[in-house]
Design a protein around this ligand. Structure first.
Ligand code: NCD
Length: 307
């Protein structure tokens, strides 16, 4: 793998190899000293044009656990404010000597552009409404740890603002490739305009499908991307699609609840569900570090054995 820009670039075997690699990384993270010098001498920069808590810190932690040096670029304090372009910013950072760039941008395709300009390996950490491949991989890893190797036959519902969600786009591609059956659940206004060719079912009624699901994957309503009033009433939306304790009680006994974060406790997902036995939300965050270690190792590691 030269860059990780889209789940579409990976076949099932490649996805599984990355997830197997993440198992080794999780072992490293479980040690007393959770660190190996596998990427010593390498430099990983995060180039974030959009806000982030988890994803940026997770990549930086992953790089540090493998012994790499890290640098951070955040929009607010950068020369982009003085008019510097993405091209010049990427080339300037590369000139300092970096091996990998982790790029988040509000424009779909921005990491692909950067990958065409620099020799460093580029990882897409979220581009507009397009893709967020490492989120899909860490979710697959988290599910695999609970369900065994493949996701074959797992019924996963992605609930909410699918239209604006890069997490959903990458998740659908990745989990389908691993054998899951994905259903999109939400009001028609929050569904993508076109679904031709997407390997998904669609439901506008969460209660209709709830009892058949193995996984309820909750999305945040991305107010910042909504643009116009696609949701006449948030209160009504939450009444129909919120993951309440009553809904949690109706799910299959072993059904699981996931959320990529940032989550809005209360209306979107009840606090009792977030902190309850079905929730994998904290595990998702912890596993994110292991999965990103595997991705960085694959991209810029020497190809030898992990120490
Ligand atoms: C999301 C994102 O930025 O794509 N979060 C994440 O990276 N875990 C989803 C969101 O902002 O709702």
């Amino acid at each position: 793998m030269r860059d990780l820009l889209s789940i579409a670039d990976l076949d099932r075997a490649q996805i599984e190899a990355l997830l197997d690699g993440a198992e080794h990384m999780a072992d490293v993270l479980g040690r007393d000293i959770p660190k190996v010098p596998a990427l010593r001498g390498k430099t990983v920069v995060s180039l974030f044009y959009e806000d982030s808590t988890r994803t940026r810190l997770s990549f930086e932690t992953a790089a540090k656990r493998l012994g790499a040096d890290t640098m951070t670029f955040t929009l607010g304090t950068s020369s982009v404010k003085k008019g510097e372009s993405l091209l010049d910013t990427a080339r300037t950072i590369e000139a300092m000597g970096v091996d990998a760039m982790v790029v988040r941008h509000s424009a779909a395709g921005a990491p692909h552009r950067v990958a065409g300009w620099v020799d460093a390996a580029v990882v897409n950490a979220g581009d507009g409404r397009h893709e967020h491949p490492t989120q899909a991989l860490l979710d697959a890893f988290t599910l695999r740890r609970h369900r065994g190797p493949g996701l074959d036959g797992a019924r996963i519902a992605i609930v909410g603002d699918v239209r604006n969600s890069r997490v959903a786009r990458s998740g659908i591609a990745c989990w389908h490739r691993l054998g899951a059956q994905v259903t999109l659940v939400g009001p028609p206004t929050l569904m993508p305009e076109r679904l031709d060719g997407w390997p998904v079912a669609v439901s506008h009624d969460l209660d209709d499908v709830l009892t058949e699901l193995d996984v309820v994957y909750v999305l945040r309503v991305q107010q910042e991307r909504l643009g116009q009033a696609l949701l006449p009433s948030l209160r009504e939306y939450y009444a129909r699609y919120g993951v309440t304790t009553a809904r949690s009680e109706r799910m299959k006994p072993d059904a699981l609840v996931m959320h990529p974060g940032p989550m809005i406790r209360g209306p979107e997902i009840a606090t009792e569900v977030v902190d309850g036995g079905r929730s994998l939300i904290r595990e998702q965050v912890a596993n994110g570090v292991a999965v990103r270690m595997a991705v960085l190792w694959d991209l810029i590691g020497s190809g030898g054995r992990l120490v």
